[in-house]
Design a binder for this molecule. Structure first.
Ligand SMILES: *Cc1c(COP(=O)(O)O)cnc(C)c1O
Length: 408
């Protein structure tokens, strides 16, 4: 007799339960900028994924000995929803975020199997309900925070290294774009970084390439006043290498001896660097542009360019500054999109990085795609949705106005 493995339910968008906001809904003081709703989907190792629910944003209750409370069993994603000039909502490469969430969850022994299309469809419904909160201008957006936590008990040595239960939830926050560094895109205005050797963010074989809560909680303390963020440095063979800055990937722009302009960023191969979706997008844009492929709009960018993924040492930065071959430096990530780096403090000395207008060109291209000004397959158009109860009401009454009422 062979035992049949239990079938765990798959994550599904079909039986979504929507709990509308009460008519009396008012945000709690200090929480006015948060989206009003949250999406949550529980999971356990006996039945699999449970029912997806969209309900008014609320506190979460967990056992004091749960994995998230005891051993930081949590990972997350950072995404944004944009409103186009025509008023529709867009997400930027959302499946990429959910692929990365799977990777992070797998690293923690959390559930990591689902169909991204189902999850994207649920997220699309969540942001649709918040449509009127999404700012409609460059730099403004609805920030999206998918999170997975281990709700199962975890202390001492467990028989199984895998979580017994978990919760996947998504909450949102209105981002007015004030923290964006758009003003950094002028001569002498780039952000200021502190090359930090005291707190090491990531090391080979560690978890730096995963978006785990623990990676962030342990290095928050490194940020010095007067600096936008830390430039993460690790030492190998007596040489200081950079990896990332804050929660951004980093590129340097360098004039190569053969005349090409090189965009150099740390390779992903040693597991230290977070595989950013903005980083990936910039690499693809530049590579296709350099190869003369027409469908990638980067008007004004030189053609004689090259993308290089390899280690970058601090001594390469200081020596290429000295000989004039360093032509610029920038950070990129969902939060900042693309931002010029203007100064680096390293070994008690301040280095000024040359300003490069190509950074703004990259920024405008990516933000143009995100807000649907540049049509591109990377931009996902959110289908309009007013809520399941609204759908039912519209069907039975054939009355669209009623549907709007219910969803309001
Ligand atoms: C999230 C993150 C990035 C940027 O990734 P995007 O997908 O571009 O937003 C870069 N570095 C770190 C450490 C991060 O956490």
């Amino acid at each position: 007799m062979t035992a049949t493995p239990p079938t765990l339910a798959a994550l599904s968008a079909k039986n979504l339960y929507l709990q509308p906001l009460p008519p009396s809904h008012t945000p709690l003081p200090g929480k006015e900028n948060f989206g009003r709703y949250m999406l949550s989907i529980p999971w356990n190792n006996v039945t699999g994924w449970g029912q997806a629910t969209i309900e008014p944003r609320r506190d979460i209750t967990v056992d004091p000995l749960s994995g998230v409370m005891q051993y930081a069993g949590t990972c997350f994603e950072g995404m944004k929803c944009y409103k186009t000039e025509e008023g529709d909502l867009r997400l930027f490469r959302p499946s990429k975020n959910f692929d990365r969430l799977k990777r992070s969850a797998a690293r923690l022994g959390l559930p990591c199997e689902w169909d991204n299309d189902e999850l994207v469809s649920l997220l699309a419904k969540l942001v649709s309900l918040e449509s009127d909160l999404v700012p409609q201008y460059d730099g403004g957006n609805l920030y999206i925070r998918p999170t997975m936590i281990e709700t199962g008990e975890a202390y001492g040595i467990k028989a199984s290294p895998y979580a017994s239960s978990a919760l996947l939830y998504i909450v949102t926050a209105v981002n007015l774009g004030k923290a964006l560094y758009a003003s950094a895109e002028e001569e002498g205005k780039g952000i200021k970084l502190d090359a930090c050797k005291e707190y090491i963010r990531a090391w080979p074989g560690g978890t730096g390439s995963y978006k785990l809560g623990a990676n962030y909680g342990t290095v928050m303390i490194a940020k010095k006043p007067d600096f936008a963020m830390s430039l993460w440095v690790h030492t190998e063979g007596g040489e200081d290498y950079i990896s990332e800055a804050g929660a951004m990937n980093v590129f340097i722009i360098k004039q190569a001896e053969d005349g090409a302009l090189e965009f150099i960023t740390m390779s992903l191969s040693n597991g230290i660097v977070l595989p950013g979706i903005t980083r990936d997008s910039i690499i693809e844009l530049l590579r296709k542009h350099g190869a003369n492929e027409k469908d990638f709009p980067l008007d004004g960018m030189l053609r004689n360019i090259r993308v290089v993924e390899r280690d970058i040492s601090m001594s390469e930065i200081t020596s290429s500054l000295a000989d004039g071959s360093l032509k610029g430096m920038f950070g990129c990530g969902t939060g900042v999109v693309v931002v010029s780096i203007g100064q680096i403090q390293y070994d008690n000395q301040m280095y000024t990085i040359p300003h490069n207008p190509l950074v703004l060109l990259l920024r405008d291209t990516i933000t143009g795609m995100q807000r649907g000004k540049i049509e591109h397959e990377w931009s996902y158009k959110v289908p309009e949705w007013k809520g399941v109860r609204a759908e039912a009401a519209a069907e039975s009454k054939g009355n669209d106005e009623k549907a709007e009422d219910l969803a309001a």
